[in-house]
Design a protein. Structure first.
Length: 178
């Protein structure tokens, strides 16, 4: 299921666009831009209730990818058991590091941001920008986990928080489900 490096996505296919989250290709359309006709993916991102147009020719370089595999999701969820920290005390440096992880777009990086900010907020209130990054990363992790593991978003949320709190997971992400 993992489609890293692909550039040809079909209408109806689920994809991940870094910093925006999980979406669905709704259309591939041609548009005239600066005198040139170009193809664009029209991607609907449900968590943002927004359509995004992404040039097909730049999709790979902009980080568009297919959904992670079940194994990648399992590894990302497993990584939540280990408390992570960024070595920066300056909020701007932390924010830049978190933003870089989000732009990377792979599920392990997203899980890392969730892990870092979840534990940080337990010690001290997060600044507004870090709170937004946390919410964006958490939504992305929940959405992708839910789709790939074929579980409800609520079960995905419970599993993520159980791992962050090092509790026994609630839902069936440990079985193959295929």
């Amino acid at each position: 299921m993992n489609a890293k490096g692909r550039q040809d996505y079909a209408i109806g296919e689920k994809v991940v666009y870094p910093n925006h989250g999980v979406g669905e290709i709704k259309n591939v359309r041609k548009q005239m831009v600066m005198g040139e006709k170009k193809e664009y993916y029209q991607i609907f991102i449900p968590s943002l209730d927004m359509d995004i147009l992404l040039p097909v020719e730049n999709a790979k370089s902009l980080g568009l990818r297919g959904l992670s595999s079940k194994e990648e999701i399992r590894k990302a969820l497993s990584s939540l058991k280990e408390k992570e920290n960024l070595p920066y005390s300056d909020w701007k440096a932390r924010q830049n590091a978190q933003t870089a992880l989000m732009k990377n777009g792979d599920i392990r990086s997203i899980a890392s941001v969730v892990n870092i900010l979840y534990h940080r907020q337990k010690v001290k209130d997060l600044p507004v920008m870090e709170r937004r990054i946390f919410e964006n990363a958490l939504t992305h992790l929940i959405d992708e986990t839910s789709l790939v593991m074929a579980i409800s978003q609520e079960d995905a949320r419970r599993t993520i928080f159980a791992r962050l709190e090092k509790l026994k997971p609630h839902n069936p992400t440990s079985h193959d489900g295929s």
